[in-house]
Design a binder for this molecule. Structure first.
Ligand code: SAH
Length: 237
């Protein structure tokens, strides 16, 4: 019976999704594959949507969960800064999926902070994480999610080895650059109509280098009011 439960459904589909991302060369690191195997994406996608399909999905409030290949790419770009014991900030944490992956990467000796400005999404992300392999880290305090404006970062636990921003900023917020540790890396989509995923590396002397990784399409990093008033919003959400 245990075998039947284990081999049925979600876990297999999640594994197949990870294998597909490995085949396409998007996941290269064994650690990233292990973490994405351990955190079942199905727990984070609203029911009715297809959690393992490689596409963004609406999560309400004019927000989306990013596509699996974007989550995988960001984990790959940040892997070296998500070693056990390191500190990570996830701005616009939405469903909490990537925040949970970060928590498994840095482990209980590390710290992961998610910041999200929609209180309902914070509440549901905490429920999602409680069902996932990252649940123990919510209890031991190495993983926290806060309701706040992520453009200000989360100064209390700064500086961070890794900062991920899950929404596109018109320009890189200065507060986030300040909260990056020397030797740290931030991955942030920047732009309005056309957007680039930027990789921001802070050197040991505090200087910053920025490069474009790829063109992307994210929801805007904006005020809560502007997000909820978006005229293009899906009336069902
Ligand atoms: N990484 C998340 C992405 C969710 S979409 C996931 O894959 O689930 C981007 C998120 O950024 C949305 O949840 C949106 O509410 C949030 N957001 C946008 N502007 C924000 C801001 N200024 N502060 C905090 N969160 C913000």
């Amino acid at each position: 019976m245990e075998h039947l439960l284990w081999s049925s459904g979600a876990s297999d589909k999640n594994k197949a999704m990870v294998q597909q991302l490995q085949r396409y060369g998007i996941i290269k690191s064994t650690k990233v594959a292990e973490v994405m195997d351990s955190i079942d994406r199905g727990l984070f996608v609203p029911s009715g949507a297809s959690p393992y399909y490689d596409s963004p999905m609406p999560i309400g409030y004019n927000a989306t969960i990013s596509a699996p290949h974007m989550h995988a790419s960001c984990l790959e770009l940040l892997e070296k800064l998500l070693q056990p014991g390191m500190r990570a900030l996830d701005v616009g944490s939405g469903t909490g999926y990537l925040t949970a992956c970060f928590a498994l990467m840095v482990g209980p000796e590390g710290r992961v902070v998610g910041v999200e400005h929609i209180p309902e999404l914070v509440a549901s992300s905490i429920e999602n994480i409680k069902k996932s392999a990252a649940a123990p880290q919510l209890s031991d305090g190495s993983l926290n999610i806060h309701i706040a404006d992520g453009r200000e970062g989360w100064p209390e636990l700064a500086p961070y080895d890794a900062i991920h921003v899950g929404a596109a900023a018109p320009q890189i917020p200065q507060a986030l650059i300040e909260q990056l540790k020397p030797g740290g890396r931030m991955v942030i989509p920047v732009g309005t109509l056309s957007q680039e995923l930027k990789v921001v590396d802070k050197k040991q002397d505090g200087s910053v280098s920025i490069r474009d990784e790829t063109s992307v399409r994210y929801v805007p990093l904006t005020s809560k009011d502007a997000q909820l008033q978006d005229p293009n919003r899906d009336p069902l959400h």
